[in-house]
Design a protein around this ligand. Structure first.
Ligand code: SF4
Length: 325
């Protein structure tokens, strides 16, 4: 098992109440107790498994969902939907082995979730992400079987949660953490928009080995106009700092968008150089005008060679640690 999940499995929390009787406040407090024990590596033989507390807390939070920064506070158990459009079921758009990721990730079992916390006009897998009927509802038992089967192959080096983005699916991840056999050793990769809420970040501590955030926009105006996302820059910076505080591995991706070198690529690179200079960065050149990119002249083309070259040169000038696939 990955070192992080192995340590999390060892944590038990003293409890005199049944989990089913606990309120959200009880669960948050018990989870916090377990988190401190996890950080200080204090093992205990007695009490409830911390991962079980995580699972039940995540499930109960669905009644007033605050997994991500949109903080919709709607009842997904009752069929209400917020920004992501998802109710409480476990919903994926597909799963397969992915051979084209960076060396830190290697050959990975990619689980693609439906729905997203952003609505990018140029989304390359928009059918699977935004058409929620295109995906399928799965049980945790079935998902565990798929993971066990895929991960039995010795060449599979990691399990990636992707989409869309995994933030709306924290109940699925916490359920998997308790249900997956401990013999499944591969580390977990959280491939996301970096839009976890404070609660979401807490829930993921102890489960995620490698965070893989897409740092797309360099200012909040472009994030709103191109992805209907408010407070974007604050969200990404907060998430990156929290991933670091967790001691997890981090690999940042930035997709170079046509016409957005000065307003997006430049500020993204500068924030990384100033505040996160230790983090490896994949500067991605594969932008294509998918989905509704034809609604905007700037997005309806590929980045020029000059734009790609300028981005590479600037990243090198700033001393960033560039990696590629
Ligand atoms: S996951 Fe985020 S977008 Fe979806 S309902 Fe919860 S808070 Fe809203």
């Amino acid at each position: 098992m990955s070192a992080v999940r192995h340590r999390a499995h060892a944590i038990r929390v003293p409890c005199h109440q049944a989990l089913s009787d606990m309120t959200l406040t009880d669960l948050a407090m018990k989870h916090e107790w377990g988190l401190q024990a996890f950080r200080q590596q204090q093992k205990s033989e007695d009490g409830l498994p911390w991962l079980e507390i995580k699972r039940v807390w995540a499930e109960k939070l669905l009644a007033s969902c605050n997994y991500c920064v949109h903080d919709c506070q709607i009842n997904r158990n009752a069929g209400q939907t917020g920004y992501c459009g998802l109710v409480a079921e476990h919903r994926i758009s597909g799963e397969y082995l992915h051979f084209g990721e960076e060396a830190m990730i290697g050959i990975t079992h990619a689980i693609f979730f439906s729905g997203c916390t952003m609505h990018c006009l140029f989304c390359h897998n928009w059918r699977e992400t935004f058409d929620l009927q295109a995906g399928s509802s799965v049980s945790v038992v079935d998902l565990v079987q798929q993971i066990v089967l895929r991960c039995a192959a010795p060449e599979v080096q990691s399990i990636s949660f992707i989409g869309g983005t995994p933030e709306p699916h924290l109940h699925t991840l916490t359920a998997l953490a308790t249900a997956l056999p401990q013999a499944v050793l591969q580390p977990w990769v959280f491939n996301s928009n970096a839009t976890l809420s404070a609660t979401g970040l807490t829930l993921m501590e102890g489960l995620i080995d490698l965070y893989l955030p897409d740092f797309k926009f360099g200012n909040n105006r472009c994030a709103w106009q191109l992805a209907k996302m408010g407070h974007y820059c604050e969200s990404v910076r907060t998430n990156l700092a929290a991933y670091q505080a967790q001691g997890a591995d981090i690999l940042v991706r930035h997709l170079i968008m046509p016409g957005h070198i000065d307003c997006c690529t430049w500020p993204v690179l500068e924030v990384l150089a100033r505040d996160f200079s230790d983090l490896p960065l994949n500067l991605m050149a594969q932008y294509r005008p998918f989905y509704k990119a034809d609604e905007r002249e700037d997005l309806n083309q590929r980045p020029s060679k000059t734009e790609l070259h300028r981005a590479q040169m600037r990243a090198q000038e700033l001393g960033l640690k560039l990696v590629s696939v």
